[in-house]
Structure formats: C-alpha cells, structure tokens
Write a protein that binds this ligand. Sequence first.
Ligand code: C2E
Ligand code: CA
Ligand code: CA
Length: 316
Amino acid sequence: MTTQASGPCRSAPEAALYSQAILRHAIETKQFEPWFQPQFSIDGRTLLGVEVLARWHHPERGIVAPAHFIDQIENGPHIEAFNALLLGRALIEQVCWADAGHVVPISFNLPGTLLQQPGTADALRSVVEAHAGDPARVTLEITETTRTATLDHYVAGVAALKSAGFRTSLDDFGCGYASVSNLVAAPFDEMKLDRSLVHDALRHPKLMAALRTILDFAREVGICVIAEGVEDQDDLIPLRQFGCERVQGYLYGPPVQANQFSTLVHEHHTSRSRRSFTHTRQPGMRYAHIPSLHDLRRIDGSRTQSALRVFGMNGA
Ligand code: C2E
Ligand code: CA
Ligand code: CA
C-alpha cells in the first residue's frame, strides 16, 4: 500500500488502472471507507480535528490506497457519488463521537475541479444534512491537481462552499498548483502546508525562510495554518519557531480505521479530563498515541519532491 496518490503533489500510481464500471460498482457496494488521521495542537495535547482519507476495501486485493484509484475517480463521472458515500460514512462516525460527548471537526478532500460545478456546495450540504451533521464542523480541503480554469470560477466556487456553511482549506500549499493568488483571492479559512515544505525543513535554509515568510503572511491576513507530513521532532522546531500551532503527520498518528480512531478520541478525552483533576502531566508532554497506534505507524521513507512555488510561481 502506498501513501500518496498521483498528481503534481502526489507520487505516481503503482497499480493497473481500474475501469469506471469497476469503480461505480465499488461505490454502489460501499467498498470505499473513510480512514481518519488526527490533527493536533503542536504540543500534542489537544485533538483539533481529523482528516478523512479514502481507502478501498477491495474484495480480492485488501486495503487499496488512494494512489491506485483517486485520480480516476476525480476525473470520472462518479466523483459526486464517491463524495456522498465517503463523506456520509465519515459523518456517521462524527455524529457517534458527538453522541459520546466528543466534538471532532472533520476535514474532507475536495478536488478543485468540482468548484466549477454549480451544484457542488448544495450537494455536499445535502449530504451533511441527511446525516444530521453540521457544515461548520466540516472543513473542505481543496486540492488542485490541474491549473485553475479561471480565477473567477475558483473564487466563486470557494465562496459557495463558505455560504453553505463549510470551512475551507487550501490543501498542499507550497506544492503544485496551490498558488498564493488562489489563496489571496478566495475566502479560505485555512492553508495546509505541504509535506515538502515541512519535513526536513530544518536542514534546508531556503525552506526555513519560506516557512517563516508563509507563516508571517498567514498571521497578517488571518488565515489559520496547519502543517502536514510532520514526521519527527526536528520537523517541529521551525514550526514552533515561526508560530504554526496545528499539525498532522506520522509523528502524531497515521490514518487509521474508524474503530481505532474512536478509541483514540475516547482515550484522548478521558486522558484530558483526568489530567484536569490531577495535573499529573507536564506542559508540552504528548499523550496522543495509544500503544496500538504506535504499531500502525508507517514511515514510507519516500521524499516528496520539493516543488517549492511559494509565491505564485505556477502562473495561476
Ligand atoms: P493529502 O490530502 O495531501 O493527504 C495526506 C497524505 O499524506 C495521505 O496519504 C496520508 O496518509 C499521508 N501522510 C500523512 N501523514 C504523513 C507523514 O507524516 N508522512 C508522509 N510521508 N505521508 C503522510 P493517502 O491517504 O495515501 O492520500 C493521498 C492523497 O489522495 C491525499 O493527499 C489526497 O490528495 C487524496 N485523497 C485521499 N483521500 C481522498 C478522498 O477521500 N477524496 C479525494 N478527492 N482525494 C483523496
Ligand atoms: Ca488533504
Ligand atoms: Ca495535502
């Protein structure tokens, strides 16, 4: 199983392509399931949210990663049905966590191409309402795998998502087509720093300078920043130094299945409420990992090519 799908910020797919008929059948028979990767405050003390990541529970091949199917889904006729299935299943989990007293916002990946389709915001809102969810607890991470057709359509698409009550995030910032012009023109609540900016930045002075500039900029214009691909303690040093407070990556926990994530949510909140009575933990001490999650950690070792286009160099 690979960890990245293809596209400008994704590694090349490794498997044979699946036909649209096979993908449609897989959607109809609910073979796609949401996995969940936690998002934490940088000190690891507060669970801030969770990213929904698709996995295909293939009847013969077992768990298949998005690298093998997501481009075909995004560029085929079944993306709306796929979104409805996956977001719906994630919302069912979110409502269960809320019923148990744990409010956990979810982040859901949305291809930028859908912004040009007028019905997208309403369709997503209908899915949320059908599952008794709240769009304010859903962040839509916009992923650009192609150049934006026109900035006007792009801005209008993001604005429509905001009007429907969703939070909005620009995914993969610093890589591929996620440009500053899109970030500045459209009403984004959040930018998500790509792993190519985050992992190993400490050893690359230019990345350090880029991180500092981006975080200063975000602070000035009031955009929330989350860093992804945080893999080791060294990755935290520049993030702390330049004031990035939200993180996601293997250091804090890999994507896991719903039942494992429910355990994490429960243990996290139990641990927090116990701590508020006993004050036994030291500030800065992380307690997000439960032993079973340690075992699940995967470090794939591959370095995403650093396509550093920090300030709009992709000509969008
Ligand atoms: P993404 O949205 O940038 O998601 C982050 C990817 O990085 C995930 O790979 C995640 O498992 C992986 N990752 C998380 N932490 C680390 C880390 O510390 N180090 C490294 N090396 N990788 C880390 P995954 O789950 O294979 O997904 C790959 C891409 O496929 C996603 O990239 C996203 O663009 C796409 N994708 C996944 N699920 C969906 C979905 O439901 N809908 C759509 N449209 N795209 C999806
Ligand atoms: Ca994402
Ligand atoms: Ca990303």
